[in-house]
Design a protein around this ligand. Structure first.
Ligand code: PLP
Length: 401
């Protein structure tokens, strides 16, 4: 068997660890084993390193160190931010929340749970291009709205939302604004103060940091409810022994990502554009999901009529290419992606989806490999597809008329 180098094009699901984070974590695992809450010198040394990492991370998103709460990742941060805001709202008799239909399940399922508990949730339309309209958000705000939660950038189709305008509206209307920025932190410039963001969730493994750690930024003055009860860590709000190596790894990864942000964005979006242009021109009845202008540098999301995204993925995998049919969290279920349905795509088309997400670790050769095999795989699957046969028949009869 010929050994094929893996082409990893699933960076929206997770990213490889960077050398800087690995070194920071390795050193920390060996040296900073003392509990950062202990009063002895090694404990205090670990605590000082955690504080320094917290300051660095905070500064990179325009926050203060005491506004950063470390969590187990994006899912926990989303759950915590939303349930906290809901509890605060409930105490003031405000039980209305505004969000969108294409949020990550960490947000959507938390909202569904709140709906079962009597909250009213308005899901804003994301239109066929995958962007929320700020004027529609403004109109949806009511006297009893306690929270607006809109993701910074979508994990499946890569569209970047008008966060500055949403922040301005929420500030003016005095409504708490949370954003799931898991796909944005480390990839796009963020300043929570300038953008009027009250709460922001992020996750280390989406910017070449370790898995199982993330953070919630929560603006000073906004009270977070305790998720768990325990010790005094994270202002007593998120108890449990501090994960020193993961925190230092997060700081190292975020520093690196932010330092290289512009360079990476230019390099990765060039790769992405070549991939998109080639696929759309060589594969008939293919479409790009989401608008092209405000788009994450690495995201290329397609639908190919007449085939199943899952079969496509398996055939790509046989060629050593890793992609996704939607988000990793929905894979395994046979329903088409809720994100593609939110764009108004019919089920039949949404089933033929493929998400390829690149990072600065990808090369021009990776893109060449994808471009050289994808059209053949799509053609082969269409040859076996009764749906495709029907589409072709309809096309022919249209041509005759
Ligand atoms: C990956 C992701 C999450 C979940 O983050 P975890 O750290 O894996 O829990 C939440 N929201 C978005 C947009 C994501 O891409």
């Amino acid at each position: 068997m010929i050994y094929l180098k893996t082409v990893y094009a699933d960076n929206a699901a997770t990213t490889p660890l960077c050398a800087e984070a690995f070194e920071a974590m390795k050193q920390s695992m060996l040296e900073d084993y003392a509990n950062a809450s202990s009063l002895h010198t090694p404990g205090q040394i670990a605590a000082a390193k955690v504080l320094e990492a917290r300051r660095e991370i905070a500064e990179l998103i325009g926050a203060n160190a005491d506004e950063i709460y470390f969590t187990s990742g994006g899912t926990e941060s989303d759950n915590w931010a939303i349930t906290s805001a809901a509890l605060r709202g409930e105490k003031q008799g405000k039980k209305h929340i505004i969000s969108t239909a294409f949020e990550h399940h960490a947000v959507l399922h938390t909202l569904k749970d709140l709906e079962r508990r009597g909250f009213d949730v308005t899901y804003l339309d994301v239109h066929s291009d995958g962007y929320v309209r700020p004027d529609e958000l403004e109109k949806a705000i009511r006297a009893d709205t306690c929270l607006v939660t809109v993701m910074y950038a979508n994990n499946e189709i890569g569209t970047i939302q008008p966060i500055d305008e949403i922040g301005r509206i929420c500030k003016e209307k005095k409504v708490c604004f949370h954003t799931d920025a898991v796909q944005a932190v480390g990839h796009l410039p963020i300043n929570v103060k300038a953008q009027n963001i009250d709460m922001l969730s992020f996750s280390s493994h989406k910017f070449h940091g370790p898995k199982g750690i993330g953070a919630l930024y929560c603006r000073k003055g906004i009270i977070l409810a305790n998720f768990m009860q325990g010790g005094a860590q994270e202002h007593g709000k998120r108890p449990g022994t501090v994960n020193t190596p993961a925190i230092l790894g997060t700081a190292a990864a975020l520093k690196k990502s932010c330092a290289d942000m512009e360079k990476n964005a230019r390099y990765v979006s060039d790769l992405r554009d070549r991939l998109i242009d080639s696929i759309l021109t060589t594969i008939p009845r293919s479409r790009l999901n989401g608008g092209r202008s405000e788009r994450l540098p690495g995201n290329a999301s397609f639908c190919f009529e007449g085939i199943e995204g899952e079969s496509l993925l398996l055939h790509l995998d046989l060629k050593g290419i890793c992609g996704s049919s939607g988000s990793a969290c929905t894979s395994g279920s046979l329903d088409p992606s809720h994100v593609l349905l939110a764009l108004g795509l019919p089920h039949e088309i949404a089933h033929g989806s493929l998400r390829l997400t690149l990072s600065e670790y990808n090369t021009a050769e990776d893109v060449d490999r994808i471009i050289s095999v994808l059209p053949q795989i799509v053609a082969m699957l269409r040859d076996m597809s009764p749906v495709w046969e029907r589409i072709m028949k309809e096309e022919n009869s249209d041509a005759v008329q």
